[in-house]
Design a binder for this molecule. Structure first.
Ligand SMILES: [Zn+2]
Length: 103
């Protein structure tokens, strides 16, 4: 099964083309709190990531990556932050107000 980016409005898939474009795919963190932060950042209603869910590198800042190794990794603790949302969904600041640490 191919890996598709889980971000709303993004159809990037792990394949030869995206590889050529330098797009990398990153699994959701195993840590519950971090995983919740990623899920909240995606703002997809009823979306529950599984262990194979990935987000592509388009949704991270360039400084979020550790490119010192052979493979491009995300730095510890970063969350995806770059998304294209349709106008009525984009409310700046909403993510910061989500109760990520409750329950
Ligand atoms: Zn993507």
């Amino acid at each position: 099964m191919p890996d598709f980016c889980a971000a709303f409005g993004c159809s990037n898939e792990r394949n030869a083309k995206t590889k050529e474009q330098g797009i990398t795919f990153h699994r959701f963190p195993k840590d519950k709190v971090k995983r919740r932060a990623w899920t909240a950042a995606l703002r997809r209603r009823n979306f529950v990531p599984n262990d194979r869910s990935v987000v592509c590198s388009c949704h991270f800042n360039s400084e979020d990556f550790d490119r010192t190794g052979q493979t491009t990794r995300l730095k510890e603790g970063v969350t995806p932050s770059i998304f294209t949302f349709t106008d009525h969904l984009s409310k700046v600041g909403v993510i910061d107000n989500l109760p990520l640490y409750s329950a």
